[in-house]
Design a protein around this ligand. Structure first.
Ligand code: NAD
Length: 497
């Protein structure tokens, strides 16, 4: 607790008996300190009963040799307060630095990322005058598991992990949110026409959980057309729930088309922990110039106040902010001659919001948080264990000759307890038997050994099979077991199979 603002916050409260709520804060990098100071001074002026515990994160910590970007001692503060208001940080490029944002979300189990994206037409210029979309992004899984390997000279891979409980939690959160905030529709975007098992699970869970919310309209869109419609006609959407990667990309698109990425705040919610941040990054191009729009972090702080039950204060700050915007007091990113009245810097914008605390907007509808809740009781249905039977194995090989027939000739006579070579694919496309000579092949091959009788085998059979392949001096880079679960195959066919 070492800044003038925090000291001021504390001293103004001396002698008061109110219950104070501890919050961990971090000033971050780039424009982080400017927008954090702005946000804290508004919280202070509004009379928020908060005690701030400052931790250091980001570039300085990374460059001190800590590849996680956060000191071990900072986790103690987070464990104690369980609420984190965080300014953006800069992740140095290369050097094995892991994204602190991803780490924090995953370590603290912050599975739901809530990003409201609202148009403030006609006071902020936007092509989309009617837009009030809440993106609910899954925050822990998908390609953000960050499990990547280089397997051959030519091929790297990233594992996409989607779990049933992880999916159910985020989809339930989206429906509970819609119900609590009187939203009429929940849309789900996936790419399950291609990723039939991972995105397929997300879609199926959406249908199952959605059935429990009959009053809410439900729709599923393939993410490509969903993204196109979101960018073109955002007024069609209300709450949109998505797996991690699509949600990350499309929430930036949605925030940007409201007028500026600088307007978006986000809440990262978990069981007993929450983190609040602007959706944008540290904007090093405008750092230290008093140009940054602090709105994203201010609106994140509003979400935080609702989360900690300070609804009245949340309403007071949000209404003052709306009044500032409709009064045409705009930072450079949203300043437009035809709609703005005064061009201001970060500090002046903050002062304008503080001056308006206690006022309501006259043109926008004032916000009303009197009944808002942020913490839902999200139950997860236990997954019934299936009867699992091993019926084969995909053996991945690093093999430099680009001709699949030559590879097949080396292994097609190998047999182990009924497991035989049934297919070879390259980058997922079947190239043997009966491949197309036109298909381009890399040095990364999948050889499917399967028991066509569909009898289960023991893992020892796979080990013995691998030994035979290894004896032929082939370079095995990984394996994937092929299972029947409750009698159904739980692996996809090759493309063209
Ligand atoms: P960015 O969001 O920082 O900036 C993109 C553009 O938007 C820039 O032109 C910037 O000036 C502008 N902008 C962003 N916020 C603004 C604001 N509040 N007011 C006015 N203009 C604003 O994205 P980037 O340039 O891709 O990333 C910069 C750094 O931020 C990188 O190191 C990246 O890793 C990091 N980053 C951090 C977070 C986070 O901490 N949550 C999120 C995204 C990116």
């Amino acid at each position: 607790m070492n800044t003038a603002i925090i000291e001021q916050t504390l001293t103004t409260k001396v002698g008061q008996q109110e219950k104070r709520i501890p919050i961990t804060i971090a000033y971050g990098d780039g424009i982080g300190p400017e927008i954090m100071k702005a946000t804290l001074s508004i919280l202070d002026a509004a009379g928020a009963p908060l005690d701030f515990d400052e931790i250091e994160i980001g570039e300085k910590v990374y460059l001190n040799g800590n590849t996680a970007g956060i000191d071990a001692s900072s986790w103690d503060s987070l464990r104690k307060t369980r609420v984190f208001l965080k300014a953006p940080i800069t992740t140095p490029q290369g050097g094995g630095y892991k994204s602190l944002n991803v780490t924090t979300r995953k370590v603290l189990g912050l599975y739901a990322n809530i990003r409201p994206c609202v148009s403030y037409h006609p006071y902020i210029k936007t092509k989309h005058p009617v837009m009030d979309v809440v993106i609910v992004r899954e925050n822990e899984e998908d390609l953000y598991a960050g499990i990547e390997h280089q397997q051959t000279d030519e091929v790297v891979q990233c594992l996409k992990l989607i779990s049933k409980p992880g999916t159910e939690k985020i989809i339930r959160y989206a429906f509970e949110y819609a119900r609590a905030y009187n939203r009429r529709k929940v849309s789900c975007f996936t790419k399950d026409n291609i990723m039939k098992m991972t995105d397929g699970l997300f879609h199926k869970t959406f249908d199952e959980v959605g059935a429990e919310y009959p009053e809410i309209v439900k729709e599923h869109l393939i993410v490509d057309i969903g993204a196109a419609k979101l960018a073109e006609t955002p007024e069609q959407f209300d709450v949109v729930v998505m797996p991690n990667l699509y949600g990350d990309i499309l929430s930036d698109v949605a925030a940007q088309i409201t007028g500026s990425v600088g307007l978006g705040g986000s809440a990262n919610i978990g069981q007993g922990f929450a983190m609040f941040e602007a959706i944008h990054g540290s904007a090093p191009d405008i750092a230290g110039l008093n140009k940054a729009n602090p709105s994203g972090l201010i609106l994140a702080a509003v979400q935080m106040l609702v989360h900690i039950g300070q609804n009245e204060l949340a309403e007071k700050i949000h209404n003052a902010w709306l009044r500032t915007i409709e009064d045409g007091i705009h930072t450079a990113d949203i300043y437009k001659l035809e709609v703005s009245k005064v061009a201001v810097g970060t500090i002046e914008f903050t002062e304008a919001v503080i001056e308006r605390l206690g006022q309501k907007p006259e043109k926008f509808a004032p916000v009303d948080y009197s009944h808002s809740i942020a913490n839902f009781n999200i139950k997860v249905t236990p997954v019934k264990p299936a009867i699992k039977e091993l019926v084969g194995v995909d053996v991945f090989l690093h093999y430099k000759d680009r001709n699949p027939e030559n590879l097949a000739a080396l292994i097609k006579d190998i047999e182990q307890s009924g497991l035989k070579l049934t297919m070879i694919t390259n980058r997922g496309t079947k190239v043997w038997p009966d491949g197309f000579p036109e298909t381009f092949c890399t040095d990364h091959w999948r050889c499917r050994f399967k028991n066509e009788m569909k009898n289960g085998v023991s893992y020892q059979v796979v080990v013995d099979l691998l030994q035979k392949i290894h004896n032929r001096k082939l370079d095995i880079i990984k394996t994937e077991n092929l299972y029947l679960m409750d009698g159904k195959p739980m692996f996809t066919a090759g493309q063209g199979q």
